[in-house]
Ligand binder design. Structure first.
Ligand code: PGA
Length: 256
């Protein structure tokens, strides 16, 4: 049984005072239950505050939105995996489509980050997904296979079990048009098959695959009930603690 994982990607939003009141409300909304893994992914600047506020909270983990694959060095403006570990981050988003499209990150560079994250004992959330044009042209599986092949290069079976994949169709991100549960399930099942062929079926059975792209309280339950959808990576709807908590609650109901 895979434990569902629901993550709040704040992107470039919120300052300290907003983060403080958000976390206060979120912890009340979520209560003590630990049946769903919740990951808060604030901008780098808020990681220390968030880790301090979450303290020993059993139910919420911390993640970062990006990292550089090098251990250290002359990379002005960049942040390394060990710096993130130092701030108690457990997860790191790698290869988000905004990084790929707006900042020109290649499949190979994304793969280097996945490798470097594991080397620092950070769990990568590797994002994959197609554009609308690629979907219309019937190239979804081809794009996913390419992104997975490069993204998982050099990752061994044990590390694979600790990697989270996020399927985020680019046409669904921030648009209000989520993939239908059937569309998402079909790609998730395909991703699991690819992992089974790259590793082994038991490894693929362990890997959690999140869906991301306009997840909201009113569509989360149906998406999260699909057999291969093991969680959600939430952008816009994660900015409000009540709406994010409602999505976590939907994951709780959908488990099992
Ligand atoms: P969205 O973003 O929920 O605002 O569509 C999802 C994401 O980019 O992770």
């Amino acid at each position: 049984m895979r434990k569902k994982i629901v993550a709040a990607n704040w992107k470039m939003n919120k300052i300290a005072a907003e983060a403080r009141s958000y976390i206060e409300s979120l912890l009340v909304e979520l209560g003590e239950a630990t049946d769903v893994e919740v990951v808060l992914i604030p901008p780098f600047t808020l990681l220390p505050l968030c880790s301090q506020m979450l303290g020993e909270s059993p139910s919420v983990r911390l993640g970062a939105q990006n990292m550089h694959p090098a251990k250290s060095g002359a990379f002005t403006g960049e942040i390394s995996a060990s710096m993130l570990r130092d701030l108690y981050a457990r997860y790191v988003v790698v290869g988000h489509s905004e990084r790929r499209q707006l900042f020109g990150e290649s499949d190979g560079f994304v793969g280097e980050k996945v490798r470097a994250a594991h080397d620092a004992s950070l769990r990568p959330i590797l994002c994959v997904g197609e554009t609308l044009g690629e979907r219309t042209a019937g190239h979804v599986e081809q794009v996913i296979d390419r992104q997975l092949g490069a993204g998982l290069h050099g990752v061994d079976a044990k590390e694979m079990g600790e990697t989270v994949i996020a399927y985020e169709p680019i046409w669904a991100i921030g648009t209000g048009h989520n993939a239908t549960p059937e569309q998402a399930q079909a790609v998730h099942a395909h991703i699991r098959e690819v992992i089974a062929s790259l590793y082994a079926a038991p490894v693929a059975e362990r890997v959690r695959i999140q869906y991301g792209g306009s997840v909201k309280p009113d569509n989360a339950a149906e998406l999260l009930r699909q057999p291969d959808i093991d969680g959600a990576l939430v952008g816009g709807a994660s900015l409000d603690p009540r709406s994010f908590a409602a999505i976590v609650h939907a994951a709780r109901e959908a488990k099992g």
